[in-house]
Write a protein that binds this ligand. Sequence first.
Ligand code: AMP
Ligand code: MG
Length: 398
Amino acid sequence: MTFEQARACVLREVSAGRGSLATEQIPSLEAAGRILAEEITADRDYPPFPRAARDGFAVRAADVPGELRVIGEVRAGDVFRGSVSAGGAVEIMTGAPLPDGADAVVMVEHIERVGDRVKIDRSIKSGENFNAQGIEAKHGSTILSAGRRLGFAEIALLAMVGRECVTVYRRLRVAILPTGDEIVETGQQPEPFQIRNSNAWSMAVQVARAGGDPQILPIARDNYESTREQIEQGLTHDLLLLSGGVSAGKYDIVERVLADLGAQFFFDRVLVQPGQPLVFGHIGSKDRGKFFFGLPGNPASTMVTFEVFARAAVELLGGATEAPLPLLQARLSKDVQHKTGLTRFLPAQVSADGSTVTPEPWQGSGDVNSLARANAFLVAEPDRESWAAGEMIRVLLK
Ligand code: AMP
Ligand code: MG
C-alpha cells in the first residue's frame, strides 16, 4: 500500500470498528487535550446584551452627522437606566451595554466635545461598533459537540457558560509492547551487544500526546512463548502497539503469533521510509475485538509510523471525530534528492518563522539524535526524484 492508501485504511477500519466508550466527569480546567463526550450549549445569549466594541458615544445613527447633547455615561459592568432619544448621546466604554434607543457607537476619536455637547462630522451606519445580543451564540444553541478535542479556547467556552466540570471520554488504554532479545530496560547497564529500550518511552509520550493512557509492558523476547504471552496480555487493553519483530528476519515472529491468535491483517507493508514493514490489524469479534499495530523497531521508524498511522487510531478510538495530519508547505533551503517509490519522512529543521525548511543530517532509521535535533519531517513524494533549493515541499511538524 502507498502512504495515502494505508492512512485511508486506518481511518476507515478504525472508524467502522470502534465501540462505545466509557466517560468520566472531570474539572474543566484539567480537561486540556481530552475529548468532549457531551454537547455544550449556550446558557444564555452571547453577548448577553448589545455590547459596545469601542469607547465613544452611543447615538441614533439617523442623528449623525450633527451636534448631540450628552445625557449620561455608561461604563462596563453598569447599565444606563434611561434611553437615547432624538438628539441625545450617552458616553460609553468598551464592554458596556448599549442604552435603549441607541443603534450605533461613534468612536471617541471621531468626535469633538464642547461642554455637554459632542460634534460628529461623519455619518455612521446603524449597528456599527457594537455586538448585537446573541450574535456570537443564541441561548440554547450548541457551542461544542461531542468528539471535540478541548484546547484553551474550548475551555474558555466552558468557563464562559459556567461549566466547572465536563464529561469527557475515558482515556484510551494503550498497551506498548517492546520486543527484541537485544533490548534491555532503561535502568539496566547494557552489554556491548545490547541496546536500551528507547521506543517504549517515545511511544508513551506520543500516545499521551494523542490523548491516550500509555501502559508499558515488559519487553517480549524473540521466542514464540514470550511473544505470545505478552501479546495476549497486551490485548486486554483498548489498543495494542508493538515495536519490533515485524521485519523479515528469522526471529521476527510477531506476525506469526498474531496470525495464530486469529488476527485479520489490513496491511503488513507500506511504501514509506522509515517504516516499510508496518503491520495493522484486528483480533476478535467486530464489536468487542482489538486493533493492533506492529511498528518496526528502528526508533525513527517507530516514531514516524506512530505519528502518521497509529496516532489517528488513538485519537479516533478515544472518541475524537477528527484525526488531522496537516502537511504544510515550506521553501527548501537546499536541494533534496531521493529514490522514487517510497514516501519519505526525513528529519528537518523548519525556521522559527515557518518559512523555510532544511534537511537535518541523519544516519538512517536508528539515528535518534538526528530526530531529537529536528523539529519537523520533510515529506518527499514517491513519484518525484529531486527538489531544488527555493522550491516548496511538504512538511510535517514534529
Ligand atoms: P526489529 O524491527 O525488531 O528488526 O528492530 C529493528 C532495529 O530497531 C534493531 O536494530 C533494534 O535493535 C532496534 N530496536 C528494536 N526495538 C527497540 C527498542 N524498544 N528501543 C530501541 N531500539 C529498538
Ligand atoms: Mg527485533
